[in-house]
Design a protein around this ligand. Structure first.
Ligand code: 4AD
Ligand code: MG
Length: 459
């Protein structure tokens, strides 16, 4: 169907003045006066609508072409608008109805709370809010690729089905073609009969395979879906989410922290530059001060605090936390939020966590108690990045695997990387939806995904 995207007309109106254009889209609002009618048309390519002006004495409006949600094709002349809020409008010559939208269309203006819209994932994407969120999701994804491609990283595709548990947190979705049946005498026998002849699951992280590629190509990144059977129902955990995982050979913890900082600033700047209208809308309705917050992230240094010092800060805070604060315990969301929202008010790297609360692959520090790992926490959201230098010493890694009771044969390839030309290397995982929450001001991760998957939620 030959037509012009609304974004082209709105972003370069001078090129269209006096010309006849054909546009297609959905009616976002319809206003009628005596001889004239006005349609706010949106085709999804732009956040602002295109105003269509209809002289009713010359143009006949088909039945339905006045209803919110109907799709139409309009031919008309693009002209300068006298309305301050828009540069261009289209004087319609003809309007044809493509798809009628009956009056029970559930996305009517009055009822657009996010809670309500979450019940309509297939239709909510037609609202301004989700137009903004998903355009930012697209632009930030492109910026992520650009950052790595421009800096010499290789994009690698790691498997979705794996036989290992990278994070060792027992949150793996099992992949199977067999239901368990009482004939199997043991779990081993059951798994042996299954498709792969062994237990398999959906990946929680592409890191282990990422390390394989980094020890061949030096600098790599993954960008793909990861899965976790999170049992808790929170506003920041999804069962399916996208992760970006760079892995860098010849890099120690401080090097990867530097890379993560530069990377986060780069992708946030890209959103500021490329999505001004989207950020305006989100600032207006969801987070006042959003744009200034993002600009500060680009301009200011990130904070850095040792885990042990963070524990002292939390202990001295005088706050009554629900979860205990004790050296050796993991930081809970409430603790992270105290650090980010009350103490630092900007992104902060918490470094050197106790080894017992972190994953097996992290480099053990000389103190014997902590690992060279860091989480990047941001105000309002908490952890957006999990990062570490990897244990490059064969014997130490072997011991970490066996101390955790993990099955050695599942990690034989991974151990080989330490046997054959081992190098210091580091990497991190950024949760795409977590950074989107931070950048868009959406308080619930479900509002950054088309069809969110979480416990008891699969539409
Ligand atoms: O901290 P995590 O578990 O780290 C890893 O998976 C490492 N293998 C990454 C690496 O070093 N290559 O997860 C990384 C990030 C978290 O910081 C968070 O942003 C996001 O992934 N994340 C989730 N996002 C949404 N829903 C969940 N259930 C998430 N779990 C982790
Ligand atoms: Mg983590």
């Amino acid at each position: 169907m030959k037509h012009t995207d609304v974004i082209q007309i709105i972003s370069k109106p001078e090129e269209f003045f006096g010309k006849t254009v054909t546009v297609c889209g959905w009616i976002r609002s319809y206003r009628d006066s005596k001889n004239m009618a006005f349609i706010a048309l949106n085709d999804g390519t732009s956040l602002p609508h295109l105003q269509i002006v209809i002289d009713k004495s010359c143009v006949t409006l088909p039945e339905g072409a006045t209803r919110v949600g109907s799709s139409v094709k309009i031919e008309g002349e693009a002209v300068k608008s006298f309305n301050k809020n828009q540069a261009v409008e289209v004087n319609a010559k003809s309007v044809s109805l493509l798809g009628d939208c009956p009056l029970d269309y559930p996305i009517q203006k009055a009822k657009t709370s996010l809670d309500y819209l979450r019940t309509l994932p297939h239709l909510r994407v037609r609202t301004n809010t989700f137009n903004a969120v998903f355009r930012i999701r697209s632009k930030i994804s492109a910026a992520i690729h650009r950052y790595f491609q421009q800096n010499g990283y290789m994009y690698v595709h790691t498997p979705i089905i794996t036989g290992s548990d990278c994070e060792g947190a027992g949150k793996i979705f099992q992949v199977t073609t067999l239901g368990y049946a009482p004939e199997y005498k043991s779990a081993e026998e059951y798994y042996a009969a299954d498709f792969f002849g062994r237990r398999a699951g959906l990946t929680v992280s592409g890191q282990l395979e990422g390390e394989v590629m980094a020890t061949a190509f030096g600098k790599i990144y993954t960008f793909g879906p990861t899965f976790r059977a999170e049992n808790s129902n929170t506003t920041r955990h999804a069962a399916e989410f996208w992760q970006i995982e760079p892995e860098v050979a010849f890099a120690e913890l401080d090097d990867i922290i530097e890379i993560a900082t530069e990377f986060i600033k780069y992708i946030i700047k890209a959103v500021i530059d490329e999505c001004p209208a989207e950020l305006d809308l989100l600032e207006r309705f969801y987070e006042s001060g959003l744009k200034a917050k993002l600009q500060k992230v680009v301009d200011d240094e990130f904070a850095r605090v040792d885990y042990s010092e963070a524990i002292e800060i939390l202990k001295k805070s005088g706050r009554q936390f629900v979860y205990p604060v004790e050296w050796g315990l993991d930081l809970q969301t409430e603790h992270e939020r105290y650090l980010t929202d009350e103490v630092y008010n900007r992104p902060v790297f918490v470094v050197n966590y106790p080894k017992d609360i972190k994953s097996f692959y992290m480099k053990q520090n000389p103190d014997g108690k902590t690992v060279a790992a860091t989480d990047l926490l941001v105000p309002g959201v908490g952890e957006i990045i999990g990062c570490s230098e990897r244990e490059a010493d064969y014997d130490k890694l072997l011991k970490a695997i066996s101390d955790r009771g993990m099955k050695m044969s599942d990690y034989a390839n991974y151990l080989d990387l330490r046997k054959y030309g081992s190098v210091p290397h580091s990497g991190f995982g950024l949760g795409l939806e977590r950074i989107l929450m931070y950048v868009t001001g959406m308080g619930n991760i479900r509002d950054t995904q088309i069809f969110p998957r979480a416990k008891d939620e699969l539409r």
